[in-house]
Design a protein around this ligand. Structure first.
Ligand code: GDP
Ligand code: ADP
Length: 225
């Protein structure tokens, strides 16, 4: 094995645990390309591709899209990134997906955000998003400068159809059943690192310190927590 120069990470956690928020901070502080499965799927829907429209009903109901569909989408977006350090957000969510990812590359670290479900329920009902960019706001935590409008473009923010309380309950159940086994999968490979808490601002410095240690020196920007 030669010297490791690229760093491949996965960020995991229940829906609403703060993956998108923490990924944004990681991408700002370190030279990693952020790839979000949810953002990729919503872009396909927005573009009204056949695949997107087929997926929309799954997503709106809070169901996972089929493993083969999402795996193909993600693996194809990783093609050409063999020399690039990346952070995958929202994939893999099932053991089958983790195996598909393993068939093309080794994951160096898995960051697991462990946040109580009650905290998550409260957060998701006040989540507002700017779909074109993937920017995420929260009425309590990081409100937009002008109510209802994206800070950068001034375009309107919307709530996701799948952030209704009933759909959130379903997504959390699916998470326990389908995604928690993926944590075991990575734990057994010795790459899982869990960060527990109820506030992103308290979790973030620990994630930052961890990545500062893990990422090969030449990949790291002069980021600060
Ligand atoms: N109240 C509160 N909201 C947070 C915190 N961290 C993230 N959020 C908000 O919670 C929601 C879910 O976070 P997000 O990063 O989208 O989670 P993901 O679904 O795991 O990608 C968003 O509206 C965030 O702005 C926090 O520490 N406190
Ligand atoms: N890896 C995946 N496997 C199956 N479905 C996925 C995957 N990633 C995203 N999805 C679909 O997209 C929806 C939104 O995903 P995402 O934006 O990551 O939301 P969150 O982390 O808030 O649940 C999921 O509820 C699911 O329907």
């Amino acid at each position: 094995m030669g010297l490791q120069t690229v760093f491949r990470a996965v960020i995991m956690g229940a829906p609403g645990s703060g993956k998108g928020t923490v990924s944004g901070r990681i991408a700002q502080s370190f030279a990693l390309k952020h790839l979000s499965s949810g953002d990729m799927l919503r872009a396909k829907i927005e573009a009204k591709t056949d695949l997107g429209l087929l997926m929309k009903s799954c997503i709106d109901q809070g169901q996972l899209v089929p493993d083969d569909v999402i795996s193909r989408l993600i693996l194809s977006s990783l093609r050409g990134l063999e020399q690039t350090s990346w952070l995958l957000d929202g994939f893999p969510r099932t053991v089958a997906q983790a195996e598909a990812l393993d068939s093309v590359c080794d994951v160096n670290s898995v960051i697991n955000l462990d946040v109580p479900f009650q905290t998550i329920r409260e957060r998701l009902t006040s989540r507002w998003v700017h779909f074109p960019s993937g920017r995420v706001y929260n009425i309590d935590f990081n409100p937009p400068k002008k109510p209802g409008l994206d800070d950068v473009t001034g375009e309107p923010l919307v709530q996701r159809d799948d952030d209704s309380p009933e759909t959130v309950s379903r997504r959390l159940k699916d998470y326990e059943r389908q995604t928690q086994p993926v944590l075991e999968y990575y734990r057994s490979k010795g790459v899982l690192e869990t960060f527990s808490g109820t506030e992103t601002n308290k979790i973030w410095p620990h994630v930052h310190a961890f990545l500062t240690r893990k990422i090969p020196g030449n990949q790291q920007a002069m980021g600060k927590a």
